[in-house]
Design a protein around this ligand. Structure first.
Ligand code: GLN
Length: 200
């Protein structure tokens, strides 16, 4: 199994380290040809506007969206969560997204006081349940709208929805790759394995 990591900008190396700690083989994805034969894709945090611009410049945005639409498992974190959503409440001028999750998100949703903070959060989706996951929030987005088929998988005690899943796509507002707690990566890799075994 090969896990692609979208390597245009942001927390690429941290995700690769987390995946390798879970015994997964990884490949950096920058160009359309890098997508060939991957079993899953991780879209790291960073700056969603920069990821968008580079993905379009490298012509990787459209083929990546098509693969995810066709069922390729995806794990998107922070800027990645913004990048997979169909709607951004407060986009930068000209900002585009892959639009593969029928949801709305708000960028930089935590006020300046809480722009960056570490906390723990319970994360659960069908077949996975993780309590007290260590989570690092860095100018993080939240989920504000859910289409049919999108479930909230992580909610802060203060009420903000910080994780969503739509079928093959798991998206989180925070950075699970920076804390040494790799339960999220492990649980998502289970999804990838199931998907690969089904051969779809
Ligand atoms: N604020 C960033 C954005 O809009 C996301 C921050 C992050 O990925 N840590 O893309």
């Amino acid at each position: 199994m090969i896990i692609g990591v979208l390597s245009l900008q942001g927390g690429v190396d941290e995700h690769i380290a987390a995946l390798e700690a879970c015994d997964a083989s990884t490949r950096k994805v920058r160009l359309p040809r890098d997508l060939e034969g991957i079993d899953g894709i991780v879209i790291p945090g960073g700056e969603s506007t920069v990821i968008d611009k580079l993905a379009r410049a490298f012509d990787v945005a459209k083929p990546l969206a098509a693969l995810i639409d066709a069922g390729l498992p995806a794990l998107a974190t922070c800027a990645g969560l913004i990048y997979v959503a169909k709607h951004v409440d407060n986009p930068a001028p000209g900002q585009q997204t892959l639009g593969v999750v029928d949801a709305g998100v708000r960028r930089n949703a935590f006020g300046s006081q809480r722009e960056s903070f570490d906390t723990t959060v319970d994360v659960a989706w069908h077949g996975a349940s993780m309590e007290g996951v260590k989570a690092s929030f860095i100018r993080a987005p939240i989920v504000t709208e859910f289409g049919v088929g999108v479930e909230a998988i992580a909610v802060l005690k203060s009420g903000e929805v910080v994780g969503m899943r739509q079928g093959n796509i798991v998206a989180l507002s925070f950075h699970p790759e920076e804390t040494g707690d790799f339960r999220i990566h492990n649980a998502w890799l289970e999804l990838v394995r199931e998907h690969a075994e089904l051969g779809i």
